[in-house]
Design a protein around this ligand. Structure first.
Ligand code: NAI
Ligand code: 15L
Length: 266
């Protein structure tokens, strides 16, 4: 299946720049948006539209005419609440309201492992666990998941919330040996999230086929996600780094260092 027009938010970001290329087979036209500068449209298959997610009218205009949305825009690390509020909380609200007004039926939401960051690395979680957000960023993603749930129950707009682990070109440290998600597996998972029928609101953990996983995706089995890559190829390089102390948050909590960020005094 191919969509007519797909909106990607966060197109100037680390993952957005990758997805700008890899999502191409999924839609005849990719509408790319960010608040930061983006490369101009590379051809008829691209539309490039600058937009601040915190600007309700601008988001409504942005969403008009698209069939589905891959929502990767927003602040992607821990920051003061007021910044997160605008980009992530108001921004996600604007996006869902615009989806409702313009009849968009499917959203893929870049949620995060930081929704559950205060669980221990010794625990194995499925998608039914209660949130244990590890900061304002994680709280905003938990709110985004609840927003997705509400917009499905109330308006029938379907969402797959991907609790992404760590999606980078390489696993950079010991924690990422468990949390790493390759770009290839991410792209495949987004395709499943866009095209699997009847997903309602599905929460899926986004990790590759790593040896020591903390996450169990059986509640998202209908997506048929079978990651192809593994962090094992980075193990030797990572294990050559000095090991953190056993009580260091990076070695204790699933959210790693995010659990020790803040406080933010104005
Ligand atoms: P990134 O920070 O490189 O990209 C996010 C993009 O959102 C940036 O280009 C930024 O300019 C844009 N943005 C920020 N505020 C905005 C606003 N008010 N209006 C419009 N655009 C705005 O982050 P990355 O790594 O590419 O992540 C993409 C998404 O995936 C984010 O939502 C992030 O929270 C989520 N995620 C990423 C993970 C990873 O391992 N890379 C892990 C878990 C979640
Ligand atoms: C995230 O949610 C961040 O967006 C990303 O930059 C990484 O820090 C990732 O989680 C992680 O936990 O490794």
């Amino acid at each position: 299946p191919v969509l007519d027009r797909l909106l990607l938010t966060g197109a100037a970001g680390n993952l957005g720049k990758v997805l700008r290329e890899t999502l191409r087979p999924y839609a005849r036209t990719l509408r790319l948006s960010d608040i930061s500068p983006m490369a101009p449209a590379a051809g008829d298959h691209e539309e490039v539209i600058a937009c601040d997610l915190a600007d309700k009218a601008a988001v409504h205009a942005l969403v008009e005419g698209v069939e589905a949305i891959v929502h990767f825009g927003g602040i992607s690390v821990e920051r003061r609440f007021e910044d997160i509020l605008e980009a992530n909380i108001r921004g996600t609200f604007h996006l869902y309201e615009a989806a409702r007004r313009h009849g968009v039926r499917r959203v893929v939401f870049a949620s995060s492992n930081h929704t559950i960051g205060f669980y221990k690395q010794s625990e194995t979680l499925d998608a039914s666990v209660v949130h244990r957000p590890d900061g304002y960023y994680g709280l905003s993603k938990a709110y985004g998941e609840d927003m997705a749930s509400f917009y499905f129950d109330r308006y029938g707009i379907e969402t797959v919330s991907i609790r992404i682990g760590s999606s980078f070109d390489e696993a950079q440290n010991r924690r990422m040996l468990s949390t790493w998600l390759s770009y290839r597996d991410l792209t495949d998972l987004i395709g499943r999230a866009l095209f699997t029928p009847d997903v309602g609101h599905t929460i899926v953990y986004g990790a590759s086929n790593n040896r020591d996983l903390w996450w169990d995706n059986r509640l998202a089995a209908h997506l048929g996600f079978e990651p192809q890559d593994s962090s094992e190829s980075f193990r030797a390089k990572v294990e050559a780094q000095p090991a953190p102390a056993a009580d260091d948050p990076v070695a204790v909590y699933q959210g790693g260092a995010f659990t020790a960020a803040g406080p933010f005094d104005d």
